[in-house]
Design a protein around this ligand. Structure first.
Ligand code: CP3
Length: 351
């Protein structure tokens, strides 16, 4: 594949730990409510409407690319979308987040889940990817994504967001065979969905395992790692770089790396130099400024940027990002300021 032989875009180069002219930067959840342009569209359409209409999804995907000098775009969708064709009754409830009215709790619930065919049932995402690729400038690659089986499975079992993950972990510990059957179904759908995204034009794939830090390392290895590994290896075979992201992962970074990923995404709780020490130098690292630092005064904000850059120490393969998604009330001007700061502070004479 052409992207494998010396890509030009600095984001793709960093994924492969090639020299770059500046450290690339983008933000998880960079399209969203902190932007007035997004809120204007959201005032007229539900989140699911935006996802289902490729023109709207493409427009929203382009908003942060047009507003800031970010080095990547991420397709506008949601990690829970593939659950709908599998049979989940999904809604986004104002102020509460996702809600699934028929959560999976038993062996027969798992058996009833349908093997969704992404090109048919989620074709609107692939159409949005094609539209965005037509609009993106050459140097700004498009990231496709999915939720990792543990994180998506957790929403499906809990029926929504959860602090303790008591239903999901209870399911995992007390019905291990059924848990594995559920993971297998989610993995099959996720691989099919991500391969369709790559085929449609996604140039990098991020796997969001947002809540995996809730697990003891032994449990990660036993109940989760083989399933994430299956997704990451199937996508890795296409030659497209993969970003494997989680939060609260200080104790499982080496296990996440073993599961796969060209790039490992790290949250702000772990200093980047320590993360790199745990991971080894043969992998790229994405992260990891505290998202709330974007609410601080300019001088404090700059200290946070400097701290991340100092810990990265110019290693090849650093992709600047937040440690988790950008928060809804983030001041827009600070987002642009961080992009420009990172580019200015990391400018290298030779690329
Ligand atoms: O990054 C981007 O700009 C692309 C869009 C994107 C969305 N969701 C759109 C969205 C991405 C990458 C996601 C991923 C996602 N969705 C994750 C993993 C990342 C993370 O934050 O850990 C998770 C856990 C979800 C599930 C989800 N979707 C939740 C928990 C919520 C409600 C919480 C919230 O932020 O409101 C959503 C809704 C959602 N998905 C919104 C957006 C822009 C906000 C809803 C709105 O606009 O009203």
């Amino acid at each position: 594949m052409s992207e494998q032989s010396e890509p030009k875009a600095r984001f793709l180069r960093a994924c492969r730990r090639l020299p770059v002219d500046r450290t690339p930067i983008w933000f998880m959840r960079q399209a969203g409510r902190y932007m007035a342009e997004y809120r204007a569209i959201r005032a007229e359409h539900s989140l699911l409407d935006i996802c289902h209409q490729p023109e709207l999804a493409a427009e929203v995907t382009m908003q942060p690319v047009n507003a800031f000098d970010v080095d990547a775009a991420i397709i506008f969708a949601d990690i829970l979308l593939p659950l709908v064709p599998m049979g989940a009754d999904l809604a986004y409830v104002k102020g509460e987040g996702p809600a699934i009215s028929n959560p999976v709790r038993t062996k027969s619930d798992v058996a009833a889940l349908k093997p969704a065919e992404a090109r048919q049932s989620l074709g609107f995402v692939m159409e949005a990817i094609r539209l965005v690729r037509e609009q993106l400038p050459e140097g700004v690659p498009l990231i496709g994504f999915a939720g990792a089986p543990f994180t998506v499975g957790s929403y499906l079992i809990e029926g929504g967001s959860s602090r303790s993950h008591v239903h999901a972990k209870g399911f995992m510990y007390s019905q291990e065979n059924t848990w594995n059957a559920l993971m297998d179904k989610l993995v099959d759908v996720t691989i099919d969905y991500l391969l369709a995204q790559v085929e449609a034009g996604a140039q990098v794939i991020q796997l969001f395992d947002s809540w995996v830090g809730e697990l003891h390392p032994d449990d990660y290895r036993r109940y989760v790692q083989p399933h994430s590994a299956r997704v990451l290896s199937a996508i890795g075979e296409t030659g497209v770089p993969t970003i494997h992201f989680g939060t609260g992962t200080a104790t499982i970074l080496p296990d996440m790396k073993e599961a796969g990923g060209t790039v490992i995404g790290v949250d702000w709780r772990t200093p980047l130099d320590q993360a790199w020490e745990l991971l080894g130098d043969d992998v790229a690292v994405q992260g990891n400024m505290d998202p709330t630092a974007l609410f601080a005064d300019p001088d404090i904000l700059e200290q946070h940027v400097d701290r991340v850059l100092a810990a990265a120490a110019g290693r090849p393969g650093h992709i600047f990002n937040l440690g988790h998604g950008i928060l809804p009330k983030t001041p827009v001007e600070n987002v642009g300021a961080v992009v420009d700061m990172v580019h200015a502070k990391t400018a290298r004479v030779e690329g």
